[in-house]
Design a binder for this molecule. Structure first.
Ligand code: ADP
Length: 191
C-alpha cells in the first residue's frame, strides 16, 4: 500500500523561512520522511525535473486558459506547446534561483495526500488549510503573468506514480533513502 512521493520546497519557500512549517503539514498527516536534503539545482537537473512533455503542456494550457477565461482576460498563447515551452523555461529559472529542500515522503496514498496538502497550482484559488492557500503570499496567474514569470507557489509534489518514480530517481540515490524505521503513525495503524 505504501507509496513514495517527491516534495520540493522551492526557493521562495526556503527564503520565506517556512520550511519547518511546510514539513510539519506532511508529518502531521502521517507521512514519513525517508530522505531529505538541500540542493542547488543545476541546469541539467532543472531541465530533467521540468521536462517538456505533451500531456503536461496540454494540462497547463487547459488550467491557465480557464484562469484567463474566468477573469475575462484574453488568452495570449496560440497552443499548448507555446505555453508549455514558456512555462518550462520560467520554471527552470525559478528552480535555480536559490537552494531547494528535496524530501521523499512515504506512506499509504502518499501521492494523493501530498497533492491535497499542497493545494491547487494557483495560490489565489487554493483552499485555506492547504500550503499554497495559507502561505504563498498574494499570488495568481494574473500577477505572475504581469511579471512574465512562473507562479511562486512554494512547493512541488509529484502528481502520479510514474512521475514520483521518475522524480525521486532524479533527486536521490538509493542509499540516500531510509525507510527502515517506524513512525508513531505506523505503530498506531498496526494491529
Ligand atoms: P503543479 O505544480 O500544481 O503540479 P503544474 O505541473 O501544472 O502544477 O505546473 C508546474 C509549475 O509551473 C506550477 O507549480 C507553477 O509554478 C508553474 N505554472 C504552471 N502554469 C503556470 C502559468 N500559467 N503561469 C505561471 N506559472 C505556471
Amino acid at each position: 500500500m505504501d507509496e513514495r512521493t517527491l516534495v520540493l520546497i522551492k526557493p521562495d519557500g526556503v527564503r520565506k523561512s517556512i520550511s519547518g512549517k511546510i514539513v510539519s503539514r506532511f508529518e502531521d498527516a502521517g507521512l514519513k520522511i525517508i530522505g531529505m536534503k538541500m540542493v542547488y539545482a543545476d541546469k541539467e537537473l532543472a531541465e530533467n525535473h521540468y521536462y517538456l512533455n505533451e500531456e503536461w503542456a496540454r494540462n497547463v494550457y487547459e488550467k491557465t486558459k480557464k484562469g484567463y477565461d474566468e477573469s475575462g482576460k484574453k488568452f495570449p498563447y496560440k497552443d499548448h506547446l507555446e505555453i508549455g515551452k514558456t512555462i518550462q523555461k520560467w520554471n527552470m529559472e525559478f528552480l535555480m534561483e536559490g537552494p531547494v529542500i528535496a524530501i521523499v515522503f512515504q506512506g499509504p496514498h502518499a501521492i494523493e495526500i501530498s497533492r491535497k496538502i499542497i493545494g491547487s497550482t494557483e495560490p489565489r484559488t487554493s483552499p485555506a488549510g492547504t500550503i499554497r492557500g495559507d502561505f504563498a503570499s498574494v499570488e495568481s496567474y494574473a500577477v505572475a503573468d504581469e511579471g512574465k514569470r512562473v507562479l511562486r507557489n512554494l512547493i512541488h509534489a509529484s502528481d502520479s506514480t510514474a512521475s514520483a518514480k521518475r522524480e525521486i530517481a532524479l533527486w536521490f540515490s538509493v542509499d540516500e533513502l531510509h525507510s527502515n524505521y517506524k513512525t508513531v503513525h505506523e505503530l498506531i495503524l498496526e494491529k
